[in-house]
Write a protein that binds this ligand. Structure first.
Ligand code: S3P
Length: 170
């Protein structure tokens, strides 16, 4: 049966970096949702937010999540940090068995995204405040869909990936 290891968590929690290593360790393809959305649209995420609004982006994200989870091959999927905002996405993710929440402290998240110019939600006057608001709203949502919660504060991507693989029972 096809298994999908799905990484969820805030911007800067390391989903893409760690996801690649997990995919390598498990010899599975790695799929990065933001990257796929950009490739299919032929535009970057900021452009999609500008032109279609956040809801246009969320529509694309929801459609892609459903497609990837339905597909028949096993893979590792890195989602975007806001994937849990929609009830429909949380229903798709809940109870799948291999959803991993990459958790990190607010100071780590702020540090890892400090120089970011690509994430539209962080291009504001007070990005740290935005990170905090998003975290407070979304942390319970990540927990709702997660089968495993992994702390990424201390470990490098390889160590984090290894603890994910050990928790997965593969
Ligand atoms: C978003 C996170 C981003 C990307 C978009 C919106 C969010 O993905 O999907 O900018 O709402 O948190 P990353 O978590 O990979 O940065």
């Amino acid at each position: 049966m096809a298994r999908k290891v799905v990484l969820v968590g805030p911007m800067g929690s390391g989903k893409s970096t760690v996801g690649k290593v997990v995919a390598n360790l498990l010899s599975l393809p790695f799929l990065d949702m933001d990257q796929i959305i950009e490739e299919r649209t032929g535009a970057d995420i900021s452009w999609i937010f500008d032109v279609e609004g956040e809801s246009g982006f969320r529509d694309r994200e929801q459609q892609l999540l459903s497609e990837l989870l339905d597909a028949h091959e096993s893979c590792v999927i890195a989602t975007g940090g806001g994937v849990v905002e929609r009830d429909a996405n949380r229903s798709l993710l809940s109870g799948r068995g291999d959803v991993v929440y990459l958790n990190a402290s607010l100071s780590q998240l702020a540090q890892r995204t400090a120089k970011d110019k690509k994430r539209p939600l962080l291009q504001v006057n007070h990005p740290k405040q935005r990170i905090k608001e998003l975290y407070q709203r979304r942390d319970p949502l990540y927990r709702e869909v997660a089968d495993h919660i992994i702390d990424t504060n201390a470990g490098n991507p390889k160590a984090v990936a290894q603890s994910i693989v050990s928790s997965l029972n593969y």
